[in-house]
Design a protein around this ligand. Structure first.
Ligand code: PLP
Length: 374
C-alpha cells in the first residue's frame, strides 16, 4: 500500500499553509502579457527608492569573494550595528532576514508542549513558526486592529514560553506608545520571553514610541528584532537581526545555520548603515507618500487604518478580492489580506509619488468596475 508521506509530517506542519508573498512583477507580466516595466508592485512593503548606492557598490565589490564561505560570525556587520545601537556585539544575532531570527527564537525556546502568544491580525510568520515546531499558537483578539496588550498578558499560562509583539504591526500599521509597551513588559512574567518585532521602527518619528533596545537593560526577557528589508532597502538580500542579552544571543547562535547571512548581504548591510542620507530619504518619501495616500482615500471616502509603517490597509469592501484582480489588470500589485482575517481590506505599500497616484487612479477605476459591495 502506498504510504501517504504527508501524514508522516509533524501535526503542526500538516495543518500549515505556506506564507503568501506579494505577487512578483515578472509573474504578473507573464500571466497578463503586460510589460514588466509598466507594472508597479506595492505589495511587500519594499523600499520604493531602490537600493542605496553605497549598498550597491559594497555588494558589487563583494562579488569577487563568491567562492569563499561568508564570515559566519558577521564580524563587520555586528561591529557596525553595535556601534550604531550602543550595544555589545555579543548581544546581536544575525539572520537570513528577521524572519529567520523569529524562527530560530521559536525553535530555541518553545517546543510541542509550549504556548506562543500573538495578536489577531499580527504578522503571518508568528503562527507559521509556532505551528512548524508543533507548539500551540494563542491568537489574542485585537483591539481597534492593534494588539490588546492587556489581554495578551492575561493569556499567559504556565505553558507560555514566548509572546510576539509587532510594533508597528504588519498588516494593520497599528503602533503602541513607549508607555504602553513598558507597562506591558512590567506585567509579563520574567520567565516568558517577549519578542518585540520592530521591522518598521525606523519610520517612527517623535519620542512617544519605544526603542526596544533601550528597554533591554530593564527587561532581560526581551528580544528586539529588526531588519534591513524595509527602510534600509535590502529586502532581496535577506538580512535581519535580533538584539537581546548575551545569554539569549548565545543560545540563538547555537541553533542558527552557521552561514545564514551571505557575503554580499553582509557587505551591503554594513555599507548601508553608513548611508544616513538614504535612511532619511526613505523616511521622508514614506511620510509624504502616506499623507498622499490618506488624502486621496479621504477624498474617495474609503476608510483605512492609520498606519505607522510604510503601508496602509484600506477597507475596500466585500469585493476586495475582485478589486485586487482589477488592480492587477491595471498593472498595480497590492496585497490581499483575507488570509489575515481581513477580507474587506487590501494592504498597499507606500510608493514613490507617481506610483501612489497610479494606485489611486487604478483603485478608482477598479471600484467603479467592480463595485464596493456592502
Ligand atoms: C517585513 C517584516 C519583517 C521582516 O522580514 P525580513 O525577513 O527581515 O525581510 C519582520 N516582521 C514584520 C512585522 C514585517 O512586516
Amino acid at each position: 500500500m502506498a504510504i501517504d508521506y504527508q501524514s508522516l509530517a509533524v501535526k503542526g506542519v500538516q495543518a500549515l499553509s505556506p506564507y503568501q508573498p506579494g505577487k512578483p512583477i515578472d509573474e504578473l507580466a507573464r500571466e497578463l502579457g503586460l510589460n514588466p516595466a509598466e507594472i508597479i508592485k506595492l505589495a511587500s512593503n519594499e523600499n520604493p527608492l531602490g537600493p542605496s548606492d553605497k549598498a550597491l557598490s559594497a555588494a558589487k565589490a563583494a562579488l569577487s569573494e563568491l567562492c569563499l564561505y561568508p564570515d559566519g560570525n558577521g564580524f563587520e556587520l555586528k561591529q557596525a550595528l553595535a556601534g550604531r545601537l550602543g550595544v555589545e556585539m555579543s548581544q546581536i544575532t544575525l539572520g537570513n532576514g528577521s524572519n529567520d531570527v523569529l524562527e530560530v527564537i521559536a525553535r530555541c525556546f518553545a517546543a510541542r508542549d509550549s504556548e506562543i502568544i500573538f495578536s489577531q491580525y499580527a504578522f503571518a510568520v508568528y503562527p507559521i513558526v509556532t505551528q512548524a515546531i508543533g507548539a500551540t499558537g494563542v491568537s489574542v483578539p485585537a483591539k481597534d486592529w492593534g494588539h490588546d496588550l492587556d489581554a495578551m498578558v492575561a493569556a499567559v499560562t504556565d505553558r507560555t514560553r514566548l509572546i510576539f509583539v509587532a510594533n508597528p504591526n504588519n498588516p494593520t500599521g497599528t503602533v503602541h506608545t513607549a508607555d504602553a509597551v513598558e507597562a506591558f513588559l512590567e506585567k509579563v512574567p520574567e520567565n516568558v520571553l517577549v519578542v518585540l518585532d520592530e521591522a518598521y521602527c525606523e519610520y517612527l518619528k517623535g519620542g512617544q514610541y519605544p526603542d526596544g533596545i533601550r528597554l533591554l537593560s530593564r527587561f532581560p526577557n526581551l528580544i528586539v528584532c529588526r531588519t534591513f528589508s524595509k527602510a534600509w532597502g535590502l529586502a532581496a538580500l535577506r538580512v535581519g537581526y535580533s538584539v537581546s542579552s548575551p545569554a539569549i544571543a548565545d543560545i540563538l547562535n547555537r541553533v542558527r545555520q552557521p552561514f545564514n547571512v551571505d557575503t554580499i548581504a553582509l557587505a551591503a548591510a554594513t555599507a548601508v548603515l553608513s548611508d544616513e542620507a538614504y535612511l532619511e530619504r526613505s523616511c521622508e518619501v514614506n511620510a509624504a507618500g502616506l499623507r498622499q495616500l490618506e488624502q486621496a482615500l479621504d477624498d474617495m471616502g474609503l476608510p483605512y487604518i492609520p498606519s505607522a509603517g510604510n503601508f496602509i490597509a484600506v477597507e475596500v469592501g466585500e469585493r476586495a478580492q475582485e478589486i485586487y484582480q482589477a488592480l492587477l489588470a491595471h498593472g498595480v500589485i497590492v496585497r490581499p489580506v483575507a488570509g489575515y482575517g481581513m477580507p474587506k481590506h487590501l494592504r498597499v505599500s507606500v510608493g514613490l509619488p507617481e506610483e501612489n497616484s497610479r494606485f489611486i487612479e487604478a483603485l478608482g477605476h477598479s471600484l467603479a468596475s467592480v463595485g464596493q459591495g456592502t
